[in-house]
Write a new protein. Structure first.
Length: 323
């Protein structure tokens, strides 16, 4: 990527460094612009892997790491805190020096083996302090996200667990209401049978009353004024009144039982709805958990001085050639 800064350091031939300092050269991947010069900029490169094993969270994870530390000529007290994350692949570390290239000077601190070795030793401590897996945790469901798993994917995974818990809670709720609902349903069936019987009795009584009254009226028309017939008709009319009252009471009782059943089922459904709202993965509170490595978990695989090729244009613009 183009840089706007202009280097004020005079390039030179490849510096002579102590043999203990391992050197890498990043290959040139981009075409050199017209009238530009290739100049190598020095960086310290380090990397390896972090293996975290955490039985509490059931994590066994390995992640490749890499860092680049720029080396300005006047740098004093170099620290890995000033480095940038990088993931150098074998191509970046496996290039050969360009014969016509120039080099920026290496800081005096790196020219000394002691300064170089200090950075080597400090890298492990830096990774130990700086590196962590930031994971998401649901305390309610005792679940934690996997390294690299997004919040969206974690919530999707929580959905199945939450739905299983929700279904169990709903099943327990239905069982709690089941005896009351069964009792009401039995009472309703009994009342329905009783109402059917009383409806039949009432209809039969109406027919008997009609026949009795009809017989009495015919007798009176043809000159018969039997008091027995009149009494029988009156008694029949009284019975139909009683049958009507019984029918009405049973009908009211059935309606009351049906209302109670509807209220109970509505109460159950309301509790189910409240449960469903509780088990919403989108609103489940999540906490961030930082999992840090032990020093023994940091495995350093490479360390050295990395020369990165840049194009220096006459305008003063600087462009990276290695990416």
């Amino acid at each position: 990527q183009p840089l706007t800064a202009t280097s004020t350091t005079t390039p030179q031939i490849r510096p002579q460094l102590p043999p203990e300092i391992r050197q890498y050269f990043a290959p040139q991947k981009l075409v050199l612009p017209k009238d530009a010069r290739v100049i190598y900029h020095p960086h310290i490169v380090a990397g390896g892997a972090v293996q975290i094993v955490n039985s509490r969270y059931n994590i066994a994870e390995s992640q490749t790491i890499g860092h680049l530390l720029p080396l300005p000529e006047d740098a004093i007290g170099l620290r890995w805190d000033d480095s940038k994350p990088a993931s150098p692949d074998s191509d970046l570390l496996g290039g050969a020096p360009i014969d016509s290239a120039s080099y920026l000077p290496v800081p005096a601190e790196i020219n000394r083996v002691t300064g170089y070795s200090r950075l080597d030793k400090d890298y492990e401590s830096f990774v130990y302090r700086d590196f962590s897996f930031s994971l998401l945790q649901s305390k309610e469901y005792k679940q934690i996200s996997r390294p690299g798993e997004s919040e969206r994917d974690f919530r999707i995974r929580l959905t199945q667990i939450m739905h299983e818990r929700r279904d169990l809670e709903i099943d327990r709720l239905r069982r709690r209401y089941a005896s009351k609902i069964d009792s009401l349903e039995k009472q309703i069936r009994t009342a329905e049978r009783q109402l059917d019987k009383e409806a039949t009795d009432l209809q039969q009584q109406k027919m008997n009353t009609a026949l009795s009254i009809g017989s009495t009226v015919l007798g009176m028309l043809f000159g018969s004024r039997s008091s027995t017939r009149i009494a029988t008709a009156a008694k029949t009319a009284s019975r139909i009144s009683k049958e009507r009252r019984d029918f009405d009471r049973t009908e009211d009782k059935l309606a009351d039982l049906q209302d109670k059943l509807r209220d109970l089922e509505s109460e159950l459904q309301n509790e189910i709805d409240q449960l469903t709202l509780r088990f919403d993965p989108a609103s489940e509170p999540l906490e961030t958990v930082d999992i840090r490595p032990k020093k023994s978990d940091v495995l350093q695989r490479y360390f050295g001085l990395l020369w990165l090729p840049f194009a220096h244009l006459p305008t003063g613009e600087i462009q990276a050639l290695y990416e």
